[in-house]
Design a protein around this ligand. Sequence first.
Ligand code: HEC
Length: 110
Amino acid sequence: MSVLMACLASLTAIALFSQSPAFADIEQGAAIFKTNCASCHAGGRNLVKAEKNLKLASLEKYGMNSVEAIIAQVTNGKNAMPAFRGRLKPAQIESVAEYVLAQAQKDWKK
Ligand code: HEC
């Protein structure tokens, strides 16, 4: 019986642990956004090209409402937006893309 309990306890621990990377991603993404994106996109706006902001309606309108699309644009850049390939690691780009989408889904309200 106690072996079973121990098994259950470790399974629970594994389940809890395996959830933490997702949280870490978003938090890491927030930090990356602050340093690399906020100069042009503070609060989800676009200070260079106002209509291409990071609000959900705009992301949807321009087909940018997926982690994949945001990863592609951040990696390669577009027009006045610089490419981050070489400046950020792929994992960091993924984190910041997840952060942007998560923020857009709650309308950039904390
Ligand atoms: C120098 C200013 C600048 C910086 C820094 C910058 N962007 Fe942009 N961003 C732009 C501009 C300009 C556009 C519009 C590009 C276009 O389509 O012409 C844009 C567009 C976008 C879009 C698409 C928005 C839409 O509604 O279609 C996303 C998503 C985005 N940026 C994310 C990011 C992320 C994430 C970072 C940081 C890693 C970042 N940007 C850094 C200027 C910037």
